[in-house]
Structure formats: structure tokens, C-alpha cells
Design a protein around this ligand. Structure first.
Ligand code: BTN
Length: 321
């Protein structure tokens, strides 16, 4: 089945992205379609999560201007300018996984809307159009799959450092794969891989960063938004390029020196160090005090039995202390 041509909808959202009113008639003339067709496309934009509204006599409008990704702008800012900007996609991770054999390390894929965005543990990653950043990067790891655990922590540290440099205040890391702000999830990282044991690993590193997640019932947890971390953040192209450039530098360093240096860098942003947490390991739950990470990227958890490294599981703050 041929892919659906989204170009009329993309043209429409670009026009509306200025946050001004546009009448159905003028939009129709500009985009060469009837008012009825405009109205049909607007409905699709709404399904993509764009909050378009209509005022009688004035036309269609967005509640605020929309900061959209732009190929030329990204191209000028990326150190490894091999990327695909696919505004409407199933999943940026899947896009790269489908092309692993043709990619070089650092190649990225960015989208405005994911129809099947995925999170860890089979969760859905809610990806409304133009609201957040959805990006993935391919990396060939010669050290093989065993080194992938540390790598995903390195990506988190690098993202926190980049956001901090760009002015975001109070961004933290949560072991093993999240960014947090004020104890709420700001970003998630999903590393997927292909390759044979004992061989190089082909990794796809997916990053979902909430920038301005719309208020909605369909989100099952309270998110943090990057827009709330500073009043002077750069545009999304600058942000995306800085994140990609930062992750590439961090991964190159990781390939040479492993976790050396990253444990200390992680420490500076650790949201949970010294706090009472519970670690969920399938059916099992371990309560303790988080004591940072070790050189393998394991969580160091202090219980009455002492400090034990854990390589798997998910942590959350304890309400019982
Ligand atoms: C998590 O569960 O916290 C990880 C979320 C990862 C989401 C990103 S968005 C870009 C990339 N494409 C996907 O389908 N998922 C990742």
C-alpha cells in the first residue's frame, strides 16, 4: 500500500504555526483546495494532537505559535549532518531499526508526530504533533551488547548536561534511563539493538523529550515540560542539534574510556542519590537508600545488608518515609 501523502496537512500546519487566525477561504486559496478539504485536514491535525480551534468570522488558529523542526536549520547545526526529518512517522526508533545495514554511527531520525511511539517495557510513548522532541540515533558499538547498559546512562548524562548548558535549570537524571525535573519525568530513553552475541552491537537510541506536552487525559502520568525549566530556551532545531551533537561526543568518549568520568558526571545530576527509594524487580521489591551508580552503570542500593549493585529494575521514591 503506498504511503499516505501528508503534504497538504504539513503545509496547513506550517501556515497555522504562526499562531495567527487564518480563514478557511484564504487557506483554501493558498493551498489550492476547497474549504471543505481544509476542514477535513484540520480534523486530521486534531487527531495528531494539534489543538486547532475555529472562531466564527475569523477562521482557524492555534493557541500559541508552534516551533517546528526545519531541515535546513538542523543541517547547519549538526556536526554529523546525516539525518532524516520525517514529520509523520510510526516510530523514529523503528525507522532506523529498519535501515540498520545502511547506516553509519551518528545518523539520526527526527519527527514531529509518532503514530506508534514506543517507550520501555512495551509502553506507548505519547507523541502529539510539534509539541515535543522525538528523535533517534544509530550507533555501532564494537564492544558488543554487554557495553550497552553503560551506554544508555551516558546518553542520559549527556542530555542533562546539554539542557543545562542551554539554560534549563534543575534537570536531573533518574537511573537508568530518564531525565527528571521537580520529581517528574521530563524525558525517556529507549535503547533497542540488533546483532549477534560476541559481535558488534547495532544500537538505536531513542530520546523523547517533553517540551510542551498539552494537558490531556490520555497521558497516564504527570509530565514535566522543558518549557517550564527556563524562560530563555533556544528553538527546537537548536535544541535537537545540541542534544544529538552532545550524545555523539559522549558516545565517542564512552567507546574510548568506558564509564570512566561518567560516574562523576552522573552524580552531579542524580535525582535520587541519598533518597529513600524502592526498586521494583518484576514481582520483587527492594527498599533502600540510593547511593549513586558504579562503573558498570549499576544502581548502588543501600539496605540493612549493605550496599548492593543492581543492573535491572525501576526505581521510584518511597512514600513511607
Ligand atoms: C521511556 O519509556 O521512557 C522511553 C521513551 C522513549 C521515547 C522515544 S521518542 C523517540 C523514539 N521513538 C520511539 O518510538 N521511542 C523513542
Amino acid at each position: 500500500m503506498p504511503a499516505l501523502d501528508n503534504s497538504p496537512r504539513l503545509a496547513l500546519i506550517k501556515t497555522l504555526s504562526d499562531g495567527q487566525f487564518h480563514s478557511g477561504e484564504v487557506l483554501g486559496q493558498e493551498l489550492g483546495m476547497s474549504r471543505a478539504a481544509i476542514s477535513k485536514h484540520i480534523k486530521v491535525l486534531q487527531q495528531w494532537g494539534v489543538d486547532v480551534f475555529r472562531v466564527q468570522g475569523k477562521g482557524y488558529c492555534l493557541p500559541a505559535p508552534l516551533d517546528l523542526l526545519d531541515e535546513a536549520s538542523l543541517q547547519s547545526k549538526l556536526n554529523v549532518p546525516t539525518f532524516s526529518l520525517v514529520p509523520v512517522i510510526d516510530s523514529t526508533n523503528q525507522y532506523l531499526l529498519d535501515r540498520v545495514g545502511q547506516l553509519t554511527s551518528g545518523t539520526s531520525c527526527l519527527a514531529e508526530y509518532q503514530q506508534a511511539g514506543r517507550g520501555r517495557r512495551g509502553r506507548v510513548w505519547f507523541s502529539p504533533y510539534g509539541a515535543n522532541l522525538y528523535l533517534s540515533m544509530y550507533w555501532r558499538l564494537d564492544a558488543g551488547m554487554a557495553a550497552a547498559m553503560g551506554l544508555s546512562l551516558v546518553v542520559g548524562v549527556s542530555m542533562a548536561e546539554t539542557l543545562n548548558k542551554l539554560g534549563a535549570e534543575g534537570v536531573k537524571v533518574k537511573w537508568p534511563n530518564d531525565l527528571y525535573w521537580q520529581d517528574k519525568k521530563l524525558a525517556g530513553i529507549l535503547v533497542e539493538m540488533t546483532g549477534q552475541a560476541g559481535d558488534a552491537a547495532h544500537l538505536v537510541i531513542g530520546m523523547g523529550l517533553n517540551v510542551a506536552m498539552p494537558e490531556t487525559d490520555s497521558v497516564d502520568q504527570q509530565w514535566a515540560n522543558l518549557k517550564d525549566t527556563s524562560s530563555a530556551l533556544p528553538d527546537k532545531n537548536t535544541l535537537a542539534a545540541a542534544l544529538i551533537n552532545g550524545v555523539i561526543d559522549a558516545l565517542k568518549e564512552y567507546e574510548v574510556s568506558g564509564m570512566n568520568g561518567f560516574v562523576e558526571r552522573w552524580d552531579k545530576f542524580d535525582n535520587f542519590k541519598g533518597r529513600a527509594v524502592k526498586l521494583i524487580l518484576g514481582e520483587r521489591e527492594v527498599k533502600g537508600i540510593a547511593r549513586g551508580i558504579n562503573e558498570q552503570g549499576a544502581l548502588m542500593l543501600e539496605t540493612e545488608a549493605g550496599i548492593t549493585p543492581y543492573l535491572g529494575g525501576e526505581i521510584s521514591l518511597r512514600a513511607d518515609v
